[in-house]
Design a protein around this ligand. Structure first.
Ligand SMILES: *Cc1c(COP(=O)(O)O)cnc(C)c1O
Length: 342
């Protein structure tokens, strides 16, 4: 008999699948709005000021997505033909349709994970940066970090590692952009304020639509001058929105929910531990992403889908992400749906 968990599907494909709850929808319905492209939207401004305060930057700009936030940062930082460095398998390298190259004009260089999964070491930066060289040598302009590192399995960069990387980059004459789509998860896992993980980065992108549960939106933070330029590039890319306060209101509610990510992390650990009990080999997750090595990921994913557990195949396994719409009970039901390893 195939175990078949009762109830609606358990969606572990991503933490982006969460739906706004009644409280969030209510805040959206009541939001005070203006025209953010014309002369400003008060709720948008409140959200941007709030995120700038949380991250310890001069200013911040709401953007429709994390991908657009990263792209705007790269467009502002890079000139056509400049090179940027990023940890191997970074989102900005592999998951953004190559826009870093074809829209921002950046030549990418991937850095190895010398300091841990998803985390390069300072010497990887110094080794990669070209010093002088002939006129046709690339100009290294930017280091793009990612915390947590998605493809490495939601792994964290500690404040000390982050500081060493940003110091090394600045000494080498690079700017630093931090893709902090899940910076909230890193902050909760490390029990430090998000500002401590943003310190030293020139610009930071954070997502409101992942674990925090907003339906739309990211924020791009940095200095006043940078944000002024970023606003122009956002408009250029078609990302200026009018009564955006409706969306920003959801973001403000989302920000109140960073603390509960600890629960997602606990659920991810429970899931991994349960899988280990069932004979699967998997590392203890650092945050809310479980990477399960599997011989035939597509087959395993399809078996699970047939049992109402939705997951994502990767090159070498199955990826599962916990979030606010997955309960402890759901984790138990998901475990029952797992076939034996192999
Ligand atoms: C999801 C994600 C993004 C992009 O966010 P979207 O809102 O989906 O465009 C960027 N970086 C990382 C690490 C992510 O996980």
């Amino acid at each position: 008999m195939t175990p078949s968990p009762a109830g609606p599907p358990i969606d572990l494909r991503s933490d982006t699948v969460t739906r706004p709850d009644a409280r969030m929808r209510e805040a959206m319905a009541r939001a005070e709005v203006g025209d953010d492209v014309l002369d400003g939207d008060p709720t948008m401004r409140a959200l941007e000021e709030r995120v700038a305060a949380i991250l310890g930057t001069e200013d911040a700009l709401w953007v429709p997505s994390g991908s657009m936030g990263n792209l705007i940062a790269l467009c502002v930082h890079l000139e056509r033909g400049d090179r940027f460095l990023a940890p191997d398998r970074a989102h900005v390298l592999d998951q953004e349709v190559g826009t870093a190259a074809w829209l921002a004009g950046g030549m990418p260089r991937a850095l190895p994970w010398t300091a841990g999964p998803g985390v390069p070491g300072p010497s990887d930066i110094t080794r990669a940066v070209s010093r002088g060289g002939p006129y046709f040598a690339l100009r290294d302009r930017l280091l793009c970090l990612e915390n947590t590192h998605n493809a490495a399995g939601g792994t964290v960069t500690t404040p000390a590692q982050h500081r060493r990387l940003t110091d090394t980059a600045h000494e080498a004459g690079l700017l630093v952009h931090l893709d902090g789509a899940r910076l909230w998860n890193a902050a909760v896992a490390l029990d430090v304020p998000p500002a401590e993980l943003a310190a030293g980065a020139d610009t930071v992108q954070v997502c409101l639509s992942k674990g925090l549960g907003a339906p739309v939106g990211s924020v791009l933070a940095g200095g006043t001058e940078f944000v002024r330029e970023a606003r122009r590039v956002r408009k250029m890319l078609g990302g200026g929105v009018r009564q955006g306060g409706i969306l920003a209101a959801a973001g403000l509610v989302a920000l109140e929910r960073a603390g509960r990510l600890a629960e997602d992390h606990e659920h991810a650990r429970l899931l991994a531990a349960g899988l280990a009990d069932r004979g699967w080999k998997t590392d203890t997750p650092q945050t809310n992403i479980v990477m399960l090595p599997a011989d035939d990921p597509v087959h395993t994913v399809s078996v699970l889908a047939g049992r109402s557990v939705l997951t994502v195949p990767t090159d070498d396994g199955v990826r599962m992400i916990t979030h606010r719409d997955v309960s402890r009970r759901d984790i138990g039901r998901a475990l029952e749906a797992f076939p034996p390893p192999g």
